[in-house]
Design a binder for this molecule. Structure first.
Ligand code: RP5
Length: 164
């Protein structure tokens, strides 16, 4: 659901194509909930101009939430948050060297004044970023709120009582 569908409400950005294996879970979650979104590679250090243009133009293009995933020295979510008033959800991508602890601490330890809503490291964080973005949008979208309720009910239904 990108260029050809309805106008995106959520922008999913990531520092590298290598982050897609993690960040696709945010996109798939939004897809299941019928939330229009777009996905872009936007690196804070390799493509700073692209980040500048993306973040500064995000609200005027109609985006409502940004999900930003990055690994290592993961300044992408914080830099994006510095350049847009939109809520930014940060997903720490698991790094090879430090298993994503570097990503997590880089994203979560924002100084007071420029918030990034930080999720868990890796796939769980990406899924939850999608769910949280949907919950934010659902505050002003009753149809989406119903779809989110149904998704959660189905999740509950899918938990067996017996362990084996
Ligand atoms: C970060 O560096 C990216 O977010 C990625 O997680 C990490 C490694 O990038 P690649 O070297 O795989 O492109 O900017």
């Amino acid at each position: 659901m990108t260029e050809e569908g309805p106008a995106p409400l959520v922008g999913i950005i990531m520092g590298s194509r290598s982050d897609w294996e993690t960040m696709r879970h945010a996109a798939e979650t939004l897809e299941k909930l019928g939330v229009p979104h777009e996905t872009k590679v936007v690196s804070a250090h390799r493509t700073p101009g692209r980040l500048h243009d993306y973040a500064h133009g995000a609200r005027d293009r109609g985006l409502r939430v940004i999900i930003a995933g990055a690994g290592g020295a993961a300044h992408l979510p914080g830099m994006a948050a510095a350049m847009t008033p939109l809520p930014v959800l940060g997903v720490p991508v698991e790094s090879h060297a430090l298993k994503g602890m570097d990503s997590l601490l880089s994203i979560v330890q924002m100084p007071g004044g420029v918030p990034v809503g930080t999720l868990a490291i890796g796939k769980a964080g990406a899924i939850n970023a999608g769910l949280l973005a949907a919950a934010i949008l659902a505050l002003s979208d009753p149809d989406l709120a119903r779809r989110l309720d149904a998704w959660r009910a189905a999740q509950t239904e899918g938990v067996p009582e017996e362990p084996a």
